[in-house]
Design a protein around this ligand. Structure first.
Ligand SMILES: *[C@@H]1O[C@H](CO)[C@@H](O)[C@H](O)[C@H]1NC(C)=O
Ligand SMILES: *[C@@H]1O[C@H](CO)[C@@H](O)[C@H](O)[C@H]1NC(C)=O
Ligand SMILES: *[C@@H]1O[C@H](CO)[C@@H](O)[C@H](O)[C@H]1NC(C)=O
Ligand SMILES: *[C@@H]1O[C@H](CO)[C@@H](O)[C@H](O)[C@H]1NC(C)=O
Length: 213
C-alpha cells in the first residue's frame, strides 16, 4: 500500500489525442494550476530533475513560516520536505492524513507513526495502535523537528527517504525508482531554497511534479 496517498491527491489530467494522461504531483499543484495544465513559472529544464516538472509561485506568509521552521532547528532538507508535503507548511490536513496505526502521518513533514515510534525518543516504546499520540507534533514544532533529526540519524538518510515516501514497506525496499525520484525531488527543492538565501525567507514556494508510476 502506498503510504503517501496525499501525493496522489494533486492530480491533473491532460487529454491528448483522446488519451487521458494523468500527471501526479509529488508536491500538490498550486491552486491556480487548472485542469488545462498551464503550470506557472516552469523552472529551467536544466534545473529541474529529468522527467519532472518544477516551478514556483508565491504564498503570502510562507517566508515567515520558513523562518519559523528553520529557527525551530530544521535543516534546509527538512524545509524542502515540509514544502513538498503541504502548500503552507502547516499540519492542517486531516488527522493522521486519513490513515491510522503505523501508516498515520503527523506534523508538517508528514512523518509516519511507524518511524516516529521507532526512532523518536518522545514516542519510543509505543505501539502501532497508540498512533493518536502522534498528534502531539501538531502543536509542537520543536518536537516535530527533533523527531526528523532523530529519525534521519536512526535510519541513515537514504533509508529515511524510503520510509518517508513509502512507510515501513519502503524501509525494507529502499531503492525503488519511485523512492529515488522522491529523493531527487526533495534535493531539487532544497537546492532551490539554498542557492539564493532570499528563498529561505521569502514567500516563494517551489513545487515538483512527476508522471504517475
Ligand atoms: C492539527 O490541528 C488542526 C487544528 O486543531 C486540525 O485541524 C488538524 O486536523 C490537525 N492536523 C493533524 C494532522 O492532526
Ligand atoms: C541533528 O542535529 C544535530 C545537532 O544540531 C546536527 O549536528 C545534525 O546535523 C542533525 N542531523 C540531521 C540529520 O539533520
Ligand atoms: C530562488 O529565487 C528565485 C525566484 O524564486 C529564482 O529565480 C531562483 O531560481 C530560486 N532558486 C534558485 C535556484 O536560485
Ligand atoms: C525570493 O527571492 C528570490 C531570489 O532573490 C527572488 O527571485 C524571488 O522573486 C523572491 N520571491 C518573492 C515572493 O519575493
Amino acid at each position: 500500500m502506498k503510504k503517501k496517498v496525499s501525493y496522489w491527491a494533486g492530480r491533473a489530467g491532460i487529454t491528448l489525442l483522446g488519451v487521458t494522461i494523468v500527471l501526479t504531483a509529488f508536491a500538490s499543484l498550486p491552486k491556480h494550476a487548472s485542469a488545462a495544465m498551464s503550470l506557472p513559472d516552469r523552472a529551467s529544464a536544466a534545473g529541474c530533475p529529468s522527467g519532472m516538472s518544477c516551478g514556483s509561485y508565491s504564498i503570502p506568509g510562507l517566508g515567515a513560516r520558513k523562518q519559523q521552521i528553520l529557527k525551530a532547528g530544521a535543516s534546509t532538507l527538512d524545509l524542502a520536505v515540509a514544502m513538498l508535503e503541504t502548500n503552507t507548511m502547516q499540519a492542517t490536513y486531516a488527522s493522521g492524513d486519513g490513515k491510522t496505526t503505523d501508516a498515520a502521518n503527523f506534523g508538517i513533514f508528514k512523518q509516519d507513526w511507524y518511524m516516529l515510534r521507532s526512532a523518536c525518543s518522545r514516542f519510543l516504546g509505543l505501539t502501532s495502535s497508540q498512533y493518536a499520540a502522534g498528534a502531539f507534533l501538531n502543536s509542537s514544532l520543536s518536537t516535530d523537528v527533533a523527531c526528523m533529526n532523530q529519525s534521519q540519524r536512526h535510519y541513515g538518510l537514504s533509508t529515511w527517504f524510503a520510509g518517508e515516501r513509502y512507510g515501513q514497506t519502503g524501509i525494507g525496499h529502499p531503492n525503488t525508482p519511485d523512492i529515488l525520484r522522491y529523493t531527487k525531488a526533495i534535493y531539487w527543492l532544497q537546492s532551490q531554497l539554498t542557492s539564493r538565501s532570499a528563498n529561505l525567507s521569502n514567500d516563494t514556494r517551489f513545487w515538483v511534479a512527476v508522471p504517475a508510476i
